[in-house]
Ligand binder design. Structure first.
Ligand code: ADP
Ligand code: MG
Ligand code: MG
Ligand code: MG
Length: 688
């Protein structure tokens, strides 16, 4: 999340009157950003990561672990305007607000320089500093920042410290008190407005892990029968399903932690190309980093957080979702009567469903750059209303419009406006798709803006479309020549957070070096979008890391001229390669050896560390070491307190948290089982 607007947020009935205003002006702001920065070129490859933490209070006497709500001042103090901000800055780190009052987000102070080997090594150190700064800041010495995706007993009785009743008006959740929500007014408003727009509470049903004594046939008996809000009836009106873990509030999703990395390719063309290249790598990264086997005190039959967040912020009305409304509910949800609703297949938090297209800059068309046999865009050069558009044909390198085979609704008015202002079809479609959503939180003080200089309205829509990748345009000051402001960026968002800084650094560094390799070797990784969708589903299956089959395009790196071939690959084959595919790790290794020669002793040491990072990715992908999700699930299944009923008790929760806290300290006794013998030896030898 970016900086928070100060001011008074509007409740839904008021807010929805301004939806068109925000969209109209947001689009003008986008156009002014685009015009300022479309010619920007030769930006240095900069990048940064974001790490999220849960603040957990561990009570060793009572043997319980709870989410800590009283440390939320830490973020305010360390944040951009806080009294301890300098302490963060001096340590070269930044802290950012997050949804949960028990959460922290931290990034490096400045982006890393992707051209320098030493910066890839610095990442892990910076992550360790962040953890350290955060820990030192805790006023309660029993509270620890833990990099955990979802707190196992979130939503069970007394899961917070101090304890709080789930009776809040913003979420109306049967399980989560409003006290878990960040105190900044934006967050409770966001929670309430999603619920109001949808016309009912969100409902998330995660498949329950089936064990000997698991009750798969009845509605979960821990769903309270309460009569505080009319919405209390919803689980019994069909919102909850037998055999599933039911969750009813935004906090279950936005309370999850993840790892994100953002890069700045040299220009908009390369940004679009690398974005597209990662569209189908994203599901593989989600599976690789699987770390979430528990939700609301139950063992789940899946390993990742993604669809939980997707459901947790799903503000679509029944009409938009294409389902009947629950008994007594309006199919139009909280939409205003005069608004025409269209069918929207996916939540605003979901996988990418549009390629941007690897458009070629006009001066490259047909040049000696090897792009001569690009595809001309098959779309007509006219607006949906038949107005002709005067521009040169769009030339793509690998992209072909038939790859965008998902039924993706767009905001036609926005599309038209963007096309009139020089956006090509694919870019206009991308943003016009984001603009099918309503703004969720509008601040009265920010209604009227200078569209040539401000971007709040644009960001309002952009930052509440949470896809596996985010294409981030520069702001208006980002004129060519002013490379001090951020340029065109691509954010990679699917990865789960891992327990140790070593793993989080490994995944960040690997992903960015892979992006560099992609930009250098120009593989064609395109597959039809519907197959990417299928891969996202596979990534959710339990043990997808070892058992999942992902559709992938092979002969993509070094045999580009041959026609693409789609095959089903395991993660092992995707990352480590096999006869029919080079493998993402070998290609990235090649990039590293060509780019960073081992000249000095320091270089050798640094490259040895990069090698350890590759090793982790390789071992996880091959299944030689367990995914985090598998490791944690196995721990729970063999816990003495476990009754083979798929229930995570408070004591199990405590032991899981303790286990994770020992791991993030690299407890040598735990390393061999978690990392395997080879990596474990490497870690011990290197002083972890
Ligand atoms: P958001 O939450 O909207 O993604 P954050 O500010 O939390 O935004 O994170 C942005 C990430 O982008 C950080 O890791 C930061 O280091 C990185 N970053 C900042 N400037 C650039 C840049 N010019 N190029 C690439 N990455 C950048
Ligand atoms: Mg975040
Ligand atoms: Mg952030
Ligand atoms: Mg981010």
């Amino acid at each position: 999340m970016g900086l928070l607007s100060q001011g008074t947020p509007l409740a839904w009935p008021e807010s929805r009157k301004l939806n068109e205003h925000v969209r109209d002006n947001g689009v003008l702001q986008l156009i002014s950003c685009y015009n300022a920065a479309k010619e920007r070129a030769n930006d240095p490859f900069l990048w940064g990561d974001e790490i999220e933490y849960q603040m957990i209070r561990i009570d060793d006497e009572k043997k319980i672990a709870q989410l800590a709500l009283d440390e939320s001042e830490v973020l305010i103090n360390l944040g951009a305007e806080g009294k301890d901000h300098l302490r963060a800055v001096k340590n070269d780190v930044l802290f950012h607000p997050e949804y949960g009052r028990f959460m922290l987000e931290a990034t490096p102070l400045r982006p890393y320089d992707g051209r320098k080997l030493s910066d890839y090594i610095y990442v892990e150190k910076n992550m360790a500093i962040r953890r350290d700064v955060a820990r030192k800041e805790m006023t309660d010495r029993e509270v620890y920042p833990v990099t955990m995706t979802a707190f196992p007993t979130m939503g069970c009785p007394n899961f917070t410290y101090p304890e709080a009743e789930p009776n809040g008006r913003a979420s109306q959740s049967l399980f989560l008190p409003d006290e878990i929500i960040n105190k900044h007014v934006r967050f409770p408003t966001l929670t309430a407005n999603i619920r109001k727009r949808r016309g009912q509470k969100v409902d998330i049903n995660v498949p329950l892990y089936r064990d000997e004594y698991t009750d798969m046939d009845h509605l979960d008996s821990t769903i309270p029968k309460r009569d505080l809000f009319p919405s209390d009836k919803e689980p019994f009106q069909g919102a909850a399903k037998p055999g599933y873990i039911y969750m009813d509030s935004m906090g279950f999703g936005m309370g999850c932690c993840c790892l994100q990395v953002t890069m700045q390719p040299p220009d908009i063309y390369q940004a679009r190309y690398v974005y597209d290249a990662f569209v189908n790598i994203a599901p593989a990264l989600l599976s690789l980093t699987s770390a979430t086997p528990f939700f609301r005190g139950h063992l789940a039959d899946q390993d990742v957080r993604w669809n939980v967040i997707s459901g947790a912020v799903d503000d679509r009305t029944p009409v938009e979702r294409g389902v009947p409304a629950l008994e007594g509910h309006n199919p139009r949800g909280g939409a205003a009567d005069d608004v025409k609703l269209q069918r929207i297949p996916k939540s605003r938090y979901d996988s990418v469903d549009q390629y941007l297209g690897d458009l070629q800059p006009s001066h490259v068309n047909g040049s000696a750059n090897g792009h001569a046999n690009g595809h001309a865009n098959g779309f007509s050069k006219e607006l949906p209303d038949g107005t002709a558009i005067n521009e040169s044909p769009e030339i793509y390198h690998y992209y072909d419009p038939s790859l965008n085979d998902m039924k993706t609704p767009i905001n036609k008015k926005v599309y038209k406006e963007l096309r009139k202002n020089g956006f090509d079809h694919q870019l206009a479609t991308h943003f016009a798709h984001l603009y099918v959503r309503d703004p969720l939180v509008i601040f009265t003080e920010k209604i009227d803006q200078d569209n040539g200089a401000e971007t709040d309205h644009f960001e309002n829509i952009q930052s509440t479309n949470w896809q596996t990748l985010r294409f981030k345009p520069p702001i208006q000051e980002a004129v060519p020549g002013n490379n001090n402001t951020p340029g065109w960026r691509v954010e990679i968002r699917p990865m789960e957070i891992s327990i140790t800084d070593f793993e989080n650094a490994a995944y960040s560094v690997f992903t960015m070096l892979l992006a560099r390799a992609v930009l250098k070797y120009k593989p064609n990784t395109y597959i039809s979008m519907s197959k990417v969708e299928q891969n996202m589903e596979v990534a959710h299956q339990r043990d997808s890391t070892t058992n999942g089959k992902f559709v992938f395009r092979v002969n993509s790196f070094h045999g580009q001229d041959q026609p693409g071939q789609y095959v089903e690959l395991s993660l092992d084959q995707i990352f480590n390669g096999y006869d029919g595919f080079e493998g993402l790790i070998p290609v990235t290794r090649q990039y590293v050896s060509e780019t960073f020669p081992a000249t000095t002793e320091k270089d050798k040491e640094d490259l040895d560390k990069i090698d350890a990072y590759f090793k982790l990715v390789s071992e996880r992908a091959s299944g030689r070491i367990p995914s985090t999700a598998k490791y944690l699930r196995d721990f729970a299944l063999s816990h003495p307190d476990y009754k083979h009923d798929s229930i995570v008790s408070d004591r199990m929760n405590y032991d899981i948290v303790k286990l994770m806290a020992r791991l993030d300290n690299y407890d040598h006794k735990l390393l061999p089982k978690f990392f395997g013998d080879e990596l474990s030896d490497w870690l011990v030898k290197h002083g972890y």
